[in-house]
Design a protein around this ligand. Structure first.
Ligand SMILES: Nc1ncnc2c1ncn2[C@@H]1O[C@H](COP(=O)(O)OP(=O)(O)OP(=O)(O)O)[C@@H](O)[C@H]1O
Ligand SMILES: [Mg+2]
Length: 240
């Protein structure tokens, strides 16, 4: 399963959900001078990396020209699976953010953080020179940033501080307590540790027709046992 739009995303706090919706609807300016990042934190499988991908597309869509909004099938790539956020346009050409960089900090661990930070700086400087072609922002996902040492994170914090307004940083982590406090302060913090069971249930029913044979009460037990882990939920739904 993958979310097709922001209504399919389940956050832990409804206030944070309202905040994120206001950002993607353009009711609040983002990034702004105070915050240029989003820190998505919570347990395994709760949808942090997926949400980072989805938000990049929704923020591009928000700032696109009216003609581009209607001429393309806006979608995001998640591990080679394309998910459309405007299903009614699926016959049109796909468009994804022109500048989207996913950095797996567990793989590019602290030893290579200097070159990763340099790479981000290069992309940022190039877009300064030429402007962002076919996109409004450079999107940088720092996935599982807790894998980086304090020194590597401090380096990244410096980069975020100097970053132009068209760079957006998405930081994901299972261990918020291992994230540099300066990075936490520069980001809008969003907790993903599961949410209202009925929200998970609605998404599950959308994806699996056979769940129509089960009552909400029966499925709520499955959702609660998963603790908000979509991997667990998908597995449990397939077993029913
Ligand atoms: N909102 C959602 N609705 C339905 N399925 C989802 C949703 N978000 C994520 N998923 C599913 O759950 C899987 C795990 O999501 P994801 O990798 O984003 O979680 P994560 O929080 O980044 O996990 P980890 O902490 O292990 O990195 C995805 O492959 C996807 O199939
Ligand atoms: Mg992840």
């Amino acid at each position: 399963m993958l979310p097709a739009n922001i209504d399919d995303v389940v956050l832990t706090h409804s206030a944070e959900e309202r905040h994120i919706k206001r950002l993607v609807m353009g009711k609040l300016s983002f990034p702004n001078h105070a915050k240029s990042g989003l820190l998505l934190y919570g347990k395994y499988g709760t949808g942090k990396t997926t949400l980072a991908h989805l938000l990049a597309v929704l923020l591009e869509h928000l700032h696109a020209d009216d003609s581009d909004k209607t001429s393309y099938n806006w979608c995001y790539d998640y591990r080679s699976t394309r998910v459309s956020v405007t299903p009614e346009q699926s016959a049109m050409a796909d468009v994804t953010p022109a500048s989207f960089t996913l950095i797996n900090c567990g793989k590019h661990h602290s030893n290579s953080s200097t070159s990763v930070v340099q790479r981000i700086e290069d992309i940022s400087l190039n877009s300064l020179k030429y402007g962002c072609v076919a996109g409004s922002f450079n999107h940088f996902v720092l996935d599982e940033l807790d894998c980086w040492s304090a020194a590597a994170q401090a380096n990244l914090k410096g980069l975020i501080t100097d970053s132009p307004a068209w760079n957006i940083f998405y930081v994901t982590t299972n261990k918020r307590y291992d994230i540099d406090e300066g990075i936490i302060s520069r980001c809008i913090n969003v907790e993903l540790n599961g949410g209202e069971p009925e929200r998970h249930l609605r998404v599950l029913r959308q994806h699996y027709e056979h769940l129509a044979n089960y009552t909400d009460e029966q499925l709520t037990g499955v959702v609660t046992a998963s603790g908000g882990d979509w991997r667990e939920l998908e597995d449990a739904a397939c077993r029913l």
